[in-house]
Design a protein around this ligand. Sequence first.
Ligand SMILES: Nc1ncnc2c1ncn2[C@@H]1O[C@H](COP(=O)(O)OP(=O)(O)OP(=O)(O)O)[C@@H](O)[C@H]1O
Length: 267
Amino acid sequence: MNLDLDDVSYGVDGTAILSDVSLSVGSGEVVTVIGPSGAGKTTLLRLAALFERPTGGALRCDRTDPWALSREDRLAVRRRIGMVFQRASLFETSVARNVDIGRRIRRPWPQRLRGFGRRLADRLVRDEPTVDDRVLEALELVGLGDAWDRDAASLSGGEAQRVSFARALATDPDLLVLDEPTSDLDPRNTAILEQAIDRSRERGHGVLLATHDMHQAERVSDRVAFLLDGELVEIGPAERVFEDPRDERTARFVRGDLLYDDNELLA
Ligand SMILES: Nc1ncnc2c1ncn2[C@@H]1O[C@H](COP(=O)(O)OP(=O)(O)OP(=O)(O)O)[C@@H](O)[C@H]1O
């Protein structure tokens, strides 16, 4: 899926949170949004995943404005997008069911009912619970292939975050939207998720990622966008943005110099 944001703005109760943001994510491309806390990264990702409607400008998925479609048609577009939130929220059931839930709620109702019938028939002919290949494959991608029958409540924070990621992968989304998916993870778990991002890219999925981790942005991105106070300061190939930023504010941010002092913008 090609996602295009054209001068997109978003405001709540008259307060601007994003102003005139233009960016695109193509198939097989990883675009990373960096910026200080409160810059608007999560809001931008929520717009990209169709959770919120822009208050200005245009957003298009494969050249179609999903907000101009009927609710049902917009949901069909929405089903092609997988979002992983900053904090994992899992249901109190097995790991496999947690991953499967993501796939099921993305299916239209007739398919869901057929799936229910199949599972019921499965249960009648065998005692063992069955796990869908897609679910296992997604769990293997995040290094949790052996954990499918574990209780989600028994997982560590890092494992839970990987299960959330697997839930999004199992839907085979055209576009993955990842909001700081590794912020609470140790280096090993972070490396596993970065590999999964690479695999998604190889499969031709687009990835829109927000991260606070500059090294991660350098490692995984094709292009990097720097967001500051709701405005996109610059966007370009990762190497260029990190090594030769065009804007002084980007330079200061990637160098790690503080842009804020007592909440006052210094730039
Ligand atoms: N629904 C809302 N109503 C009012 N203000 C909001 C709303 N959503 C976000 N904001 C404000 O918009 C700004 C951007 O928030 P956002 O969460 O998008 O930033 P962020 O870059 O993701 O921050 P962080 O890196 O800390 O997660 C913040 O000042 C936030 O308080």
